[in-house]
Design a protein around this ligand. Sequence first.
Ligand code: 8Y7
Length: 365
Amino acid sequence: MQNSIYLRPVGLFHHTTELQIADGDAGWPGLSLCGGPATFAAVEVIERGAGGEIFRRIVSLTDLFERDWGRHNLSVSEILDAIRAPRSPLMGLRMDRPRIMGIVNVTPDSFSDGGKWSDSKSAIQHALELAEQGADILDIGGESTRPGSDAVAVADELERVIPVIKGLREKTDKLISVDTRKSQVMAAAAEAGADILNDVSALTFDPEALDVAADTGLPVMLMHAQGDPKTMNDNPQYSDVALDVYDFLAERIKACADAGIAKAKLIADPGIGFGKHLHHNISVMNALSLYHGLGVPILLGASRKKLIGQLCNVEDPEARVPGSLAAALSGLAQGVQITRVHDVAETKQAFSIWQAASLGSEEQV
Ligand code: 8Y7
């Protein structure tokens, strides 16, 4: 293993728009995070040596610039540039404020709301309600990828999601993402009017997916998972989970670039619950701002997931909404751009208050 260096922005400050803190202004020690309305005052420098040994220290930005960090896979200034660069809009949706992605499962077996929306008419109805409640993106999925779930045949998945995407496309201008790992579903969904591809395997499950995704020209959400849904939570293994996830996502961004998918079209997601035990999920959630170094918007999906059940001793997924809101807000505090949730109205309310307090204005977006 090569010596690697990672920077995790810390000391995040979400400030009022009126304050207009210019990047690098004398007297203000912060740098802009993703060009948006947050700055960071220091970084945790994480070095991972060839043998997997890890050194961490929090350093001021001044120390960061002045020190010689030696030879690594990337330079400190390359990573800082990626952290600071404004994020491209996603199909016209600006990424400089928190966005909500509403979950629409068209599956008979999803863990938390499986079966409820499984005919296309009620799925479309549900999606439109989420749009009304303030979802910016509607995520349509026809294959449950919950831990232990069985694979779904392409024909079944097509039959579930395509009518919903077509029907929804006629009724809303909200962005529609298709949650699939299969290239045939990606191509058909693009044809039916989907705007974004959301692949929990980061285009690794289907050997055709990388090229097909590139052909659609659509943006892609790349999620980290370890192993296949059926067995992924049996025995996940990491050297350092937050860094291993980072390396995986960086590799997938590179693979996409090589296949002709521009970085401006990519979103990175650490994949809460996918091949991760409780302590892995906690480490990833704690390290979220690290992923800004990838240079693309971050997506977080913790809604109603098992870690909330484990931490709060709540068996019923529908009773995990308060924990889901806290997870979502902790994401915002770390600059997460897109939050994938079941409970859009509740999340919108939490985000509005968080934004009002941190921006110091009533201006809602
Ligand atoms: C995620 C996801 C699921 C996630 C992204 C569930 C499809 C399990 N989780 N996609 N899909 N990120 N991008 O609990 O965390 O909703 S399925």
